[in-house]
Every structure is written in structure tokens, then in C-alpha cells.
Design a protein around this ligand. Structure first.
Ligand SMILES: [Zn+2]
Ligand SMILES: [Zn+2]
Length: 935
């Protein structure tokens, strides 16, 4: 389909759809729903939090999944948002549609309004109509609505929605159509929440049909042509499907809607493709500027331009949400699309990294709404630049490898590059398939693409995290879900779940609510049992934000008794479903019972060790940013009792000076004994006050900020739910153990604090003292004493080497007297005292030079192993005697083997006791050979 770009809409005043920029559409959508009592929430990160079944956020409802499942209470019953989404299934075909297709994107924005058990079909339909017609001025005659009627005849027709389209809007009756399951029924997964949906479609007019004249094409809504565009999907969640496929009415019914911003902008601006809307034109313009292309040149290269614009936008948002290029999961997705963009850049003539420039314009254009892009500008640009440079380097290696593959094929007269090779290039060198295809085509090769797809699928099957929603399944989760619901229903725990004052106390008295053994609920456990215990309240910290779980004891005491009636050692903690906290451990004594009163006692010394490491991690983070720069971002963290591990973004290895400076300033902060302050506030307030929010953490409306420093000017502010010391002096001492690389642009520091640091220092000083005693020098001078010793050692090694050489020469001279004559051929076969192979070789050379025509085999024992060198002068080689075959037979005697050239060969063996026997064989072997030669 090709049209000249033109405006779709007439100029007749009120019938004309309002022309709006992408930003205006976003804002008017949010304003409209704020006016209808909706809470406006920010977009969730592209990295889904707490949902291992999902690679990247791919729909507006992702962040509300737990609410729909009844696991989480909503902050408000009416919510509206604009959600960042990524859809990259890993199927190459999907990615290859980006560019040629005017509507296909990797990254896109979803506008949505949500009702969690609040308003329902009537309001959702009325408001959707009001927004698109009154606010946005869409012509009513161009709008079509669809409602559900089951094509399989099982589910009830959505007469309710149909009725509201007619009663609540003035849409012409003939423009409300019924469709079946494929188009108008939505489900979260094979089981779980589901329901009918109602869609709004926009008719762009018959000119826009791209299937005109295609046999069988019926030009209508859902006719799969480009004339009718679906603009808004209203999902009415009213059922819960159980594992037998039976639908049950939900007690609370929800509304979930989705409206694609790109499509709306395209319609509103009266342009043909999404890329012609202002969501993309600034990016395309910048690419054109960088290349110095004319408009016409840009049009000729439409696909590369679109790919770079789409991928450049996606890459910027992904890195902005903390994704770093890598070889697994979402990191791989980022690497793949970044390299694909770089590759398309080469196609239009970029020879230097340019994606950083593209990211700049994305940040400028989107940064007003998505402020994280502004905040992380430097980080985003660094990561993109580094990855692009890296790709340029592997590109050359990969191209060389591809050449070798093609050379081999050419020799065999083949012209198809095997799928496995194409996949190896793709997998190891980040070569997109089309690059291999292009380069191959230049030399007349094609690629076995089915073979490539098979290899790719195989890998995907191995490593893919499903893109589909899955309910938390498995017996165990089901068990805990039921348990949670039951405890809530009985009022044994509050709506928020198990009470969890982990930061206020390390011991409390409570009651046992449930015991699970071998995946089953039991009323009582016995000594030795491994159990999971649910209490009404617990002070135990549950692993989160890198801080490991607490360990400790659950015990029941009776009256004044010293020893508990029963005792469980807690080894680990878990939160199998939100709201439920489980203690995992072993019954040490007695018989714990449900409903027993119990003391929950955290191992306090261990908790303190952990707290020291956690606070030190915040100090380390802050000092790294101070010393290395603001581009330093936390990329991972482990806070354990014995050490801390901190991964952060930084392009180069730290120098010793930088490491010393970091360690010094962390210790300065410890000595200054700054107070710590915890503040409950809102996410927005915390971040605008400069608090660091970490990537990949899910923050609710209320967040906790840990501030370190004097209250009026804290130098460290982090959103954090972990446990900390009261003032920095509690940490005691901080020592860095190591600094290493853990991937492109990410460094790792491991360190110890408190008791572990003290032990480290004590141990190291002990070693130093012992060394000083051995060296007979004061500890402060150990290094100089060692240097002195090393110099002496070096001198002495030289003397020894000289002596050995002299010895070898004397020994060689003595060997001259041991030359045997075997049928007129000179033979030397002797044991020497050579201490290494070099000496043995030198002796062999020396003898050969002196004797002219000769067969030499010298042996020696090095490190308890027999070794040989054999030499045969060229005149004898010509007669057929080869050093290699000679030495093989000799070495066989000592249980070894060897080989080499005809003139010089070496061998080793296992049995030093048979060295002489082996050497004695030499004259006979020469003799036998001469006899053979004569015969
Ligand atoms: Zn059509
Ligand atoms: Zn923290």
C-alpha cells in the first residue's frame, strides 16, 4: 500500500478529530480519568518485579496481576496510567516485521484505565465513548464497537455490554457488532481471571484497505486489513476459570483497558504510519542529520531508518530501567536489538558508533514524561556506547570466522552456510541472521535458515522464560494460597498478611498458625522433622533487596522453665505468596503443635553482622559515586553475615589508588559516626528529594528511605527495606577483599566489615608477624627484607645456572670417551645428571657438533621422571634412521612415549628405575636397523 501522506480528516469544525502530539494524548488521557476519580500511577519498570514468569513488561496489566489474583490490595479502586511495554518474543520473524510494517514495534506505550471491583461495563463504555468523541473529536460514523458472542455456543453473550453501547452512547446501532472468542474474549492464562471484552475500531476509509482485490477478503472490522484499526480494548474480568475449565463468577469484577498510544497519535496526526507521528519523527530527523541525508535518501532507506528509530527507542528505555547487555534473558534481548540497530546503521553508511546520539534524542523527547531517562542519562549513554563499541570489535572477529566457514565450504564445493554456523555467529558474535545472509550473498552463499531456526528454537526452549502469564501453580503454591485465604477469613492475620515488625524487634511472642511437613499441613511435628512454620507475627527478615534471610530459633517456654518444651531451629525464610511468611527449619526437641504459643528469636549476632554489611553497602555505593562519578549505579548486591558483594556500572577496572580512596572514605564515614534515619514517605517525594531508587525493585506508594549523615544534609539516601545499624560507627571497620569484572561495564567489589574485618586484619597481621620472625626483621621492614632475599635468590640462581652449564660441559666431555661403534656408526647412549630438558638438549647439541656423524640418546631423571633427548645427524637420517622412531622404542621401556623430527626428538616416561635399561637398548636398535638396511 502506498499513499501520499495526507490528512485523513475533513476541516469541518467539530467533526474533525483534534490534532494532538503524543505528549498531549498521554496527558489528556490521564486528565480525563483523573477527572473521573482515578488515581494516576507511574509506569512500572520494563523489568517485571516479583514475576519470574515474565521476561519483560508486555502489557499494562502486568503490574496489577497480583490485584487481579486477589493477592494484593489496590492502592485505589480506580487507577489510570501510561505503561512502558516491550514485546520481543524471541521469534526472529517478529523482529523482522519491525521496519517493513508501519505498526509493529518492540517498545510501545499502553494507556489504560482500571477498575478493581469498582465501576464496571456501563461506566467503562460511556467514558471510552466520551473521551474519543467529545475530547478527541473522532467522527462517530467512523467508530465501530464489538461485543462478545461465543462462536462455540458455551459462554453467555455479553448482552450487558451491547445494551450499554446503545443506551450510554450515540453510536449508530449497525456499528455495534458481535465477535467470538478469538477477538472478544480475554484470559490471563489457561486458568485464572478471564472475561469478555469490547473493542473500539476506527475506519480510515476504503482507500486504506491493503487487501483490495485479494480473493476472499471481506473489508470490515476484524477483516485483517489496514482499513479498520482497533484502538481500544475494554476487558471485563468477571470469571475465574478453574483447572477443569469451568467458569466461576468472581466476587469482585474488574475492568482492564488498553489503548495504544502510537496508533492514536497516527490517527490524530492524520499520517499513514506510526513512524510519521511525532513519537518517531524527531528520532528519524536526528538520524538523517547525523548521516547528512536528504529527505529523498531517507525515504529510499525507509526500513533501516525505521529499525534504528524503533530499536533505538527500545534500547534507551531498557537501559533506563537498568537492563545491561548480556547473553541471557532480557539482557540478551537488549543486546540483540541494539546490535540489530547498529547493523542497520552500517547499511546506511554509519561507520562509527551512533546509537548514543539516537538515545540522546529519545531522552530529550521522552524525558519530560519518563523522568528516569533524564536522571539516568549518563548511565544510558555509557552503556549504549560501550555495547556498540564492543559489537564493532566482535563484528570483525565474526566476519573473519564467517570467511573461514565459507572458505571451507568452497573447498568442498558447497554453497549453503549450515544453520548451526549461522547460529554460532548469532549466538557468540551477536550476528543477526540477515548480516550472515548479506555477507554470504556477496560471495554467492545462502544460509540454511530452517537449520538456523531449529538451532535458535532449541536454545530458546532451553532458556526461555515464558512470555505467557502463568498462575503461580504447583501444589505448594496452591497450599499457601488456600492457607493465606483461610487465615485472613478467620481473622487470624490482617488484610496485609502476617505481621512483620522485623525492623522494630528481634524477638517476640506469638502463636503457631500452621505447620507444613512434606508439602502437607499437619497439626503437630516430631523431633527431627523438617518443617515450615507460619506464625501470626515474626521478627525474622525475609530475603529481599540482596539482604539474606535471618536465622534463629522458635521455642515454646512454659512458666519459668529454662529449657523449652519444644524448639525449632530456623535455617531459612520464604514468602511463597505475598502476605504469607514461612519459617523453614528442623525440630530440635519436643513436639510443636498448631495453636502453641511461641517465642520467635532471631540470631541477633548474625543479624548485627548483616546490618553492618548492609549499611556499609550504602556507604560504599555513595563513596563510589563520589569518587568515580554519578554514572555508578547499583547492578546487584548481596548482603550476607560474612561479607558483602556490590555490583555496579563502571567502564574500567579500578586503580589501586581509587580502591584505596574508596576504602579510606568509607572508613572515614564510619569513624565520623553519622546517625542513620529512616523515613516513610511517598516514592515521588523520595526520588525528587534525591534518594536513589534501585533498578528492578518494586516500590509501593509508601516507601522507606534510609538516610545517612547529619539530618540536615544526609550524603546517602536510598530507598531500602533492609535492616541497618543505628549509627555508622557500629560498622567498626570496612575492608575491601577484591575488585573484579562481572560483565560488560559492570564491576564487583567484595568486602567485609565488623567482626569479619577484624578477623581478616588479625589473620593478616599474624601472618606478617610470623614472617617477620622467620626473616629476623621488624614487621615494618618485612617487605624490604623479602625484596633483599629475592635479590639474593636471583643472584644465586644465576650462579647455579653457570655451575650447571659448566657441569654439563664437563659431563659431555666425559661422554666423548663413551662413544660406541656399532657397525661403523658412532653411538652415544648415556645417563646424565642434567637438571632440566634445556641442559639435556644443550648437551646433545654439543656432542653432535663434536662428533659429526652420530646417533645420540641422552637420559636424565627430572622430578622423579625419566626423560630423553635423541639426535640423529642428517647423513644417518638419509640412510633411514629417524630420531623420532628410535626414541619411541626407548621410551616404551620406561612406560612412556614421545616423538619429534627425524633429527631431534624428545620423550618422557614414568619409571625412573628402568632408565639405564632403556638406554642400553639403543646400540641394539641401531644394530638391528643397520642389518635391515643391508638386507
Ligand atoms: Zn479491507
Ligand atoms: Zn539497602
Amino acid at each position: 500500500m502506498h499513499h501520499a501522506i495526507r490528512t485523513l480528516f475533513s476541516d469541518e469544525g467539530e467533526k474533525t478529530m483534534r490534532r494532538m502530539t503524543g505528549a498531549e494524548i498521554r496527558q489528556s488521557f490521564l486528565d480525563f480519568f483523573a477527572g473521573k476519580g482515578h488515581l494516576i500511577v507511574p509506569s512500572a519498570s520494563l523489568v517485571p518485579v516479583g514475576d519470574p514468569t515474565l521476561l519483560l513488561t508486555n502489557a499494562g496489566m502486568n503490574q496489577f496481576k497480583n490485584i487481579f489474583l486477589g493477592l494484593e490490595e489496590p492502592r485505589s479502586r480506580r487507577v489510570a496510567d501510561v505503561q512502558k511495554c516491550m514485546r520481543v518474543s524471541g521469534h526472529l520473524n517478529d523482529l523482522e516485521a519491525v521496519g517493513p510494517s508501519p505498526y509493529h514495534h518492540t517498545f510501545f506505550e499502553m494507556l489504560g484505565n482500571w477498575s478493581f471491583g469498582d465501576y464496571y461495563k456501563k461506566e467503562a463504555i460511556a467514558w471510552a465513548w466520551e473521551l474519543v468523541t467529545d475530547w478527541w473529536g473522532m467522527e462517530k460514523e467512523r467508530l465501530w464497537a464489538t461485543v462478545f458472542r461465543d462462536d462455540e455456543g458455551d459462554l453467555p453473550t455479553d448482552d450487558e455490554a451491547y445494551g450499554y453501547w446503545l443506551s450510554e452512547t450515540d453510536i449508530p446501532r449497525q456499528q455495534v457488532l458481535h465477535f467470538g472468542r478469538r477477538d472478544n474474549f480475554w484470559a490471563m492464562g489457561p486458568t485464572g481471571p478471564c472475561g469478555p471484552c469490547s473493542e473500539l475500531h476506527y475506519d480510515r476509509g476504503p482507500d486504506y484497505c491493503d487487501k483490495k482485490g485479494v480473493p476472499g477478503h471481506v473489508c470490515r472490522v476484524n477483516g485483517d486489513c489496514t482499513r479498520f484499526l482497533e484502538i481500544w480494548n475494554l476487558v471485563f474480568i468477571q470469571y475465574n476459570r478453574d483447572s477443569d475449565g469451568i467458569l466461576h463468577d468472581l466476587p469482585a469484577r474488574h475492568v482492564d483497558t488498553g489503548l495504544g498510544l502510537e496508533r492514536l497519535a497516527t490517527l490524530s496526526q492524520g499520517v499513514e504510519a506510526n513512524y510519521d507521528s511525532d513519537l518517531f519523527t524527531p528520532i528519524l530527523h536526528r538520524i538523517r542529520e547525523l548521516r547528512g541525508h536528504s529527505q529523498a535518501e531517507m525515504r529510499q532507506n525507509r526500513v533501516p531508518y525505521r529499525v534504528i528509530a524503533d530499536h533505538g527507542r527500545a534500547v534507551t528505555f531498557l537501559v533506563g530501567d537498568g537492563v545491561i547487555p548480556g547473553n541471557e534473558g532480557r539482557n540478551y534481548v537488549l543486546r540483540m536489538i541494539l546490535r540489530r540497530a547498529a547493523r542497520f546503521g552500517r547499511k546506511i553508511g554509519f561507520t562509527e558508533p551512533f546509537l548514543g546520539e539516537v538515545a540522546q534524542v529519545v531522552i530529550d523527547h521522552y524525558g519530560d514524561h519518563y523522568q528516569e531517562l533524564r536522571r539516568r542519562r549518563e548511565f544510558i549513554l555509557n552503556v549504549i556506547r560501550q555495547e556498540e563499541e564492543r559489537f564493532q570489535r566482535t563484528l570483525d572477529v565474526g566476519l573473519a570466522l564467517l570467511d573461514t566457514v565459507m572458505d571451507d565450504l568452497q573447498k568442498r564445493g558447497e554453497t549453503v552456510i549450515p544453520g548451526t554456523d549461522a547460529f554460532r555467529l548469532y549466538d557468540t558474535y551477536g550476528f543477526p541472521l540477515d548480516l550472515t545472509r548479506d555477507v554470504g550473498a556477496e560471495r554467492g552463499f545462502t544460509v540454511d535458515e530452517p537449520g538456523f531456526a531449529a538451532a535458535l528454537e532449541e536454545q530458546r526452549a532451553r532458556g526461555r522464560a515464558s512470555q505467557q502469564f502463568a498462575l503461580p501453580d504447583g501444589e505448594e503454591i496452591g497450599l499457601y494460597l488456600r492457607l493465606l485465604e483461610e487465615l485472613k477469613a478467620q481473622g487470624r492475620i490482617g488484610p496485609e498478611g502476617v505481621e512483620h515488625p522485623y525492623d522494630e524487634t528481634t524477638e517476640l511472642e506469638t502463636v503457631v498458625l500452621a505447620i507444613v511437613r512434606n508439602g502437607e499441613r499437619v497439626n503437630r511435628a516430631r523431633e527431627g522433622d523438617e518443617v515450615e512454620v507460619v506464625l501470626a507475627a515474626t521478627p525474622f527478615y525475609v530475603e529481599s533487596g540482596g539482604q539474606v534471610s535471618d536465622t534463629g530459633i522458635l521455642a515454646r517456654y512454659e512458666g519459668e522453665e529454662e529449657t523449652p518444651r519444644w524448639e525449632i531451629e530456623v535455617l531459612d525464610m520464604a514468602r511463597p505468596v505475598p502476605g504469607l511468611i514461612v519459617h523453614r527449619g528442623k525440630v530440635k526437641r519436643g513436639q510443636p503443635r498448631v495453636e502453641d504459643p511461641v517465642w520467635a528469636l532471631v540470631d541477633v549476632a548474625r543479624r548485627m553482622d548483616i546490618a553492618r554489611n548492609h549499611t556499609a553497602t550504602h556507604l560504599l555505593h555513595s563513596e563510589l559515586r563520589y569518587i568515580l562519578g554519578e554514572h555508578v549505579q547499583q547492578a546487584g548486591s548481596l548482603v550476607a553475615p560474612d561479607r558483602l558483594r556490590f555490583d555496579f556500572t563502571h567502564g574500567a577496572m579500578l586503580t589501586q589508588e581509587q580502591l584505596d580512596a574508596v576504602e579510606q572514605s568509607v572508613n572515614d564515614a564510619i569513624l565520623a559516626n553519622y546517625p542513620l534515619e529512616m523515613e516513610q514517605t511517598t516514592y515521588q517525594q523520595a526520588v525528587s528529594a534525591g534518594a536513589i531508587a534501585l533498578f528492578g525493585e518494586k516500590y509501593g506508594e509508601q516507601v522507606r528511605v534510609i538516610k545517612i549523615g547529619w539530618p540536615e544534609e544526609p550524603f546517602s539516601q536510598e530507598l531500602c527495606g533492609g535492616t541497618h545499624v543505628q549509627q555508622t560507627g557500629d560498622i567498626g571497620l570496612f575492608r575491601i577483599l577484591s575488585e573484579t569484572s562481572v560483565g560488560a561495564g559492570v564491576r564487583r567489589i567484595e568486602a567485609v566489615t565488623g567482626r569479619a574485618a577484624q578477623q581478616l586484619v588479625q589473620k593478616r597481621l599474624g601472618v606478617l608477624d610470623a614472617a617477620a620472625v622467620h626473616l629476623g626483621s621488624p614487621p615494618e621492614e618485612v617487605d624490604r627484607a623479602v625484596l633483599r632475599l629475592m635479590a639474593q635468590l636471583h643472584e644465586q640462581q644465576k650462579v647455579i645456572a653457570d655451575l650447571r652449564r659448566e657441569l654439563a660441559r664437563l659431563e659431555s666431555e666425559a661422554l666423548l670417551r663413551k662413544v660406541q661403534q656399532v657397525a661403523g656408526v658412532q653411538v652415544v647412549a648415556a645417563r646424565t645428571r642434567a637438571a632440566d630438558m634445556d641442559t639435556l638438549r644443550e648437551m646433545t647439541d654439543w656432542l653432535r657438533d663434536r662428533l659429526g656423524s652420530v646417533v645420540i640418546v641422552l637420559g636424565t631423571v627430572i622430578n622423579d621422571k625419566p626423560n630423553f633427548v635423541a639426535a640423529v645427524t642428517p647423513d644417518l637420517v638419509e640412510r633411514g634412521l629417524k630420531a623420532g622412531s628410535l626414541i619411541k622404542q626407548v621410551a616404551r621401556v620406561v612406560g612412556g612415549g614421545g616423538g619429534g623430527r627425524p633429527t631431534l626428538a624428545e620423550a618422557g616416561g614414568r619409571d625412573p628405575g628402568r632408565l639405564d635399561e632403556a638406554l642400553a637398548l639403543v646400540p641394539r636398535l641401531v644394530h638391528d636397523w643397520l642389518r635391515e638396511e643391508q638386507s
